[in-house]
Design a protein around this ligand. Structure first.
Ligand code: PMP
Length: 404
């Protein structure tokens, strides 16, 4: 008899489960298309040249130490996080900003903060969304209802704009929280148009919803930081800068700093007084949960963004990553259409960022895995950065076999 006998068995998160299963698979042709991690064409996790240079700068600095950071994080990191997110829309807005433990930590921190301060009845997620969103909110407060708004129409591989807007108009209530992904939506690879973003912002205003942007892929949608922050900056400037909302920001993907856990949370408020209160509350939560955020990755990001030559290199690195994703999308599309594989694959060319839905049923995803050793998520999500010139033909042929 142990104190722990009563713990119910817990299923592993499907992304981690697929990665583990592929790791254990010994087949020589296995392909893991499950993780949202950028790889180069040799299937290696890529260290960005800008990051390598920033590391050299930091390690050459004799005064580099390992002190705790100030309570809202590394000042340089917080400053560049704000600039990259809001640019000149920062002027005239009162924003509380805190470093956070990457995107997951920022999502957790905002959930904790809003659960305490706003006490929402319901939190709304796109259907589908990153699977950890629900888990984070359930973990923070299981009493908050979780509901989906329609997002992806798998018959057309596009956004169900009407369904999304009418569900929110008809069923969301004042004070509810809505989670929005700023760009390169995970898992669908489909983002709202600018017109749809304007309509979403209008519904949030009409209904009194509190929007939380999850910004995990800035730079991965278009290769351009400013284009990819358009929706956030629209919310920041709309209605004479009166909307209140939050941004949970990750630097895992756009700097390739997955294991360093660098991110930030911004609470956009209506007055300096509200921002100061929000900041004090965030500090109190961080103190109880982690005391201080990790510093090395934060210093890397700050060094790159604050140094014009390194920043220029980073812009090129973003182009390299988004360019390779485009190339792989095109190659997969060509291989499938060459074979006349059943289905409409043109969305592979227009989808954005790291992911696309292949539309395979869970049964076919299992056949792909068991018979061909190609690993997707059960939802059929394919991680484009895991395609390479060496495996794309095999992946296309395997999908073809499964569908014919
Ligand atoms: N949000 C979304 C939409 C994501 O896809 C991810 C990573 N898969 C994250 C947040 C969190 O990433 P991290 O904690 O590594 O920054």
């Amino acid at each position: 008899m142990s104190w722990f006998d009563e713990i119910p068995s817990i299923a592993t998160d499907s992304t981690l489960a697929a990665m583990e299963a592929c790791k254990a698979d010994t087949h020589e042709k296995k392909v893991d298309l499950s993780p949202g991690i950028y790889h180069d064409d040799n299937s290696s996790t890529w260290v960005l040249p800008s990051v390598k240079k920033a590391r050299e700068v930091l390690l050459a600095d004799k005064s580099l130490n390992h002190n705790l950071q100030p309570q809202n994080g590394h000042p340089g990191l917080v400053s560049v996080a704000r600039e990259l997110t809001f640019s000149d829309t920062l002027d005239g807005r009162s924003i509380a900003s805190m470093q956070a433990i990457s995107g997951t930590g920022a999502n957790h921190l905002v959930a904790r903060f809003l659960s305490d301060v706003l006490q929402p009845k319901t939190v709304w997620f796109s259907n589908p969304t990153w699977e950890n969103h629900r888990e984070i909110w359930r973990h923070v407060n299981p009493a908050i209802n979780q509901r989906n708004y329609p997002y992806y129409d798998d018959r057309t591989s596009t956004i169900d704009s009407q369904g999304m807007l009418s569900t929110l108009r008809g069923h969301a209530s004042r004070g509810d929280v809505i989670i929005l992904q700023a760009c390169a939506h995970n898992p669908t690879g489909v983002d709202p148009s600018r017109e749809l973003w304007e309509a979403i912002a209008a519904v949030c205003e009409e209904k009194g919803l509190f929007p939380v942007f999850d910004s995990a892929y800035q730079g991965f949608a278009t290769g351009n930081i400013d284009n990819d922050a358009w929706a956030i900056r629209h919310f920041a400037t709309r209605s004479n800068g009166t909307m209140e909302f939050a941004v949970a920001q990750s630097f895992s993907k756009n700097f390739g700093l997955y294991g360093e856990r660098v991110g930030a949370l911004h609470i956009v408020t209506r007055s300096n007084e509200s921002a100061a209160k929000a900041e004090a509350k965030l500090k109190k939560i961080q103190r109880a949960e982690i005391t201080s955020t990790p510093s090395f990755g934060a210093k890397i990001v700050a060094t790159i963004v604050q140094n014009p030559a390194l920043r220029e290199q980073w812009q090129q690195d973003l182009q390299t990553m988004s360019g390779r994703l485009q190339d792989m999308r095109k190659r997969l599309y060509d291989e499938l259409t060459k074979r006349n594989t059943p289905g409409n694959w043109s969305h592979l060319l227009t989808d954005i960022g790291m992911f696309s839905m292949t539309g395979l049923s869970p049964k076919r995803v299992a056949v792909l895995r068991n018979n061909f050793h190609v690993y997707l998520l059960p939802t059929s999500r394919l991680a484009v950065p895991c395609l390479t010139t060496g495996n794309v033909e095999y992946v296309a042929e395997s999908i073809h076999q499964v569908l014919t």
